[in-house]
Ligand binder design. Sequence first.
Ligand SMILES: Cc1cc2nc3c(=O)[nH]c(=O)nc-3n(C[C@H](O)[C@H](O)[C@H](O)COP(=O)(O)OP(=O)(O)OC[C@H]3O[C@@H](n4cnc5c(N)ncnc54)[C@H](O)[C@@H]3O)c2cc1C
Length: 463
Amino acid sequence: MKHVVGGGIAGLAAAYRLQRQGHDVHVFEASHDLGGLAATYETAGDRIEQFYHHLSKSEETIVDLAAELGVDDRLEWLVGKNAYYVDGVVHPLDTPWEILAYPHLSLYDKFRLGMLTLGADFRELPPRFDSYESLEAYEDVPIREFVVDHTTEGVYENFFEPLLDAKFGSRKEEVSAAWLLGRIKFRGERDLLRGEILGYFDGGFAPFIDALVDAVGRENITTGARVTDLALDDGAVSTLTAERGGASETHDTEGVVVAAMPNVLEALCGYECDIDFQGAVCAVVTMDAPLTDTYWLNIAHDAPFGALIEHTNFVSPDRYGGQHLLYVASYIQSSDEPLWQASDEEIEEQWLSHLEEMFPDFSRDSVTRFRLARNPRAAPVYERGYLEKVVPYDLSEVAEGLYYAGMASRAQYPERSLNGGIVAGFECADRIDTKGNADRSGRAVDEVAGEGEGDRVVTGGET
Ligand SMILES: Cc1cc2nc3c(=O)[nH]c(=O)nc-3n(C[C@H](O)[C@H](O)[C@H](O)COP(=O)(O)OP(=O)(O)OC[C@H]3O[C@@H](n4cnc5c(N)ncnc54)[C@H](O)[C@@H]3O)c2cc1C
């Protein structure tokens, strides 16, 4: 029996793939719900993710998995309108003429920014189109230095810096140019007349995760069971202990995939990962009227939140019983920050007052519900030298039979995503399967060799 620690998307994907390869698998999930960071709230209609979620057109593994699970007909590609809030004005930034009309960048700034997003290096003429192909080349380059060198000071100060402030706060100087380039490549298709094309399931991500859970089989998953210990025998994982309802149970295991944050991995086996994480505080505000007509509103303004994501400008409010749903989101870099320390009621008061100040037509009387989610490890800080810190999928250097599919894995770079979680889960399953096949064929050759060739020993490595 193989075991998976964590019933988020990565753990479920690992279990699903291992089963397809013919392995017996059991998943332990510490909380009472499955789906991890993709957990949902109820609304008057479909469920809604506690933290905003959508897919990019560049993500393919999740689309393939949806097809395997028979839920691809529920995947919709919708337009998500982007805008920038500067000095009290919402500036739409989707179509070429909206971008041309944006007053906070010069025409030359816009040209250089446009060229960078198309992957063209215009520092010399003729421009080069292959400069940004290898992200690794920019791993140690500070983001500011890169943007100023490859575009203009204006592009950095008036476009990227407010976005970096919102995403990385005081740590923005630590982020690498490779992350920025990766993000630009990660963003998928744009409809030049309408905006960015983003994916979302009819019914949200919950039906997709439910389909994955059904495929794995509820009988192969235990919720409310926190894995607390892994024991080794002769350098290989041999048992796994989980605590459930005050009792602890120990199971023999032939292999373990840890599909949780790296601090969980460290607690279980001592493997230290130097990646720092940032936390997120994210509200879903239910309103009886829309706030704006934008899906994703970046805020270049002294606000206590970094982005306003009006979900019902992306998916129709009809799906939510006519309710309008707005995410108000902020990242925190340390648990000492006042936002992390504040109570839910304090945050509600502060954020709604700020919305009233920023949008004179908005009144908190239109708010019918304010739900707040917090997570101390919502995303890695993609600082310089990040790729050297990722946790390998195969941790046989620590213990034979130990694998890692959590957020510190390579598939979750340059942005963490559900797709990345699935890729990480699949990568671990494939390594387990390949190693198992190699061991089996090694054994088979041993047996044959033992029968026919006297005492000649053929090892797995020689086959
Ligand atoms: C604010 C925010 C916005 C996001 N936006 C998007 C988006 O637009 N698109 C997108 O694709 N992705 C988005 N993501 C990222 C996406 O949610 C994650 O990449 C993905 O859910 C990670 O899945 P995971 O399985 O690796 O980890 P998790 O979801 O964290 O799952 C790990 C699971 O392990 C469990 N666990 C921990 N310790 C133990 C233990 N000892 N024993 C047993 N179980 C344990 C946890 O309870 C948890 O359920 C966003 C995330 C956040 C926070």
